[in-house]
Design a protein around this ligand. Structure first.
Ligand SMILES: [Zn+2]
Length: 260
């Protein structure tokens, strides 16, 4: 859009989708830009089917846990918080009040929530968030015989989703499987989860990725197919569309949603 088109769009008080991701390792077979590519894909597809427009993405994020892999560029919480604040205030000045982040990276979540709470206090806004990778994990479980084995960073359902969305950027021959391995006497079950002897509930230890997953991959993506990826797209975009429509209905007439 040109500036005049943005101004006209803002007068319609649309929902603004802000895609977010990061630049980080995603296994040897996926590009370091994967989180951003998928955030933009989901935002643009959902916008086509709803009363929403999507902004250029916030493409660098908080990926400290992957910092030892080449190509991972982490900007840290304080920097991202400041960047998001300036971007959101810019859109507010341009007349947008209804914001949903399409944040596709877990390390950014804490900063997204902090931003949402600032905008609530400062402008009365209710801010939403959509996390495509996480939705895929939740919505795709019926597609696998062994979810625990297949699922993971750089594994499934991410690899199937990438094969369906960006086949030319997914280097199938480089795919590796991976699992968590012990570190300094701890048995990890997640990036910040460990088994505690005799307990059914895990404990919390904050590892870096290469402490506990040497190749950066934490699952078995070898069963990935484009067909599964198509299911991922249908379900994740379907959820995003339903969420945006409900957000539209409930927020349209609220006083905070009217630009001054
Ligand atoms: Zn990520």
């Amino acid at each position: 859009m040109s500036f005049s088109e943005v101004g006209e769009a803002a007068e319609q008080k649309p929902i603004l989708l802000i895609p977010m991701g990061t630049v980080e390792q995603h296994g040897p077979h996926m590009p370091v830009n994967a989180d951003n590519m998928v955030a933009e894909f989901v935002a643009s597809r959902a916008a086509e089917q709803t009363n929403a427009v999507w902004a250029p993405g916030v493409n660098y994020g908080c990926s400290d846990i992957f910092r030892n892999f080449p190509g991972t560029i982490s900007i840290g919480h304080d920097t991202l918080a400041k960047l998001l604040e300036e971007i959101c205030e810019g859109y507010i000045q341009s007349g947008f009040r209804r914001i949903i982040f399409v944040n596709n990276h877990g390390g950014n979540e804490i900063v997204v929530e902090r931003m949402a709470r600032i905008l609530r206090k400062r402008h009365g806004m209710l801010v939403g968030s959509i996390y495509p990778w996480q939705l895929g994990y939740a919505l795709m479980q019926d597609q696998y015989d062994d979810v625990a084995k297949a699922y993971g960073h750089g594994a499934e359902p991410e690899t199937s989703a990438m094969l369906a969305m960006f086949p030319e950027d997914t280097t199938w021959e480089r795919l590796e499987t991976g699992t968590f391995h012990d570190f300094q006497g701890w048995q990890p079950t997640g990036y910040a989860k460990v088994k505690i002897a005799g307990q059914s509930v895990p404990g919390t230890i904050y590892f870096e990725s290469d402490d506990i997953a040497a190749n950066g991959v934490t699952g078995d993506g070898s069963g990935a197919t484009k067909e599964r990826g198509d299911v991922w797209i249908e379900r994740v975009v379907g959820f995003a569309v339903a969420f945006i429509n409900q957000f539209d209905e409930t927020t349209r007439d609220q006083p905070w949603a009217q630009a001054d």
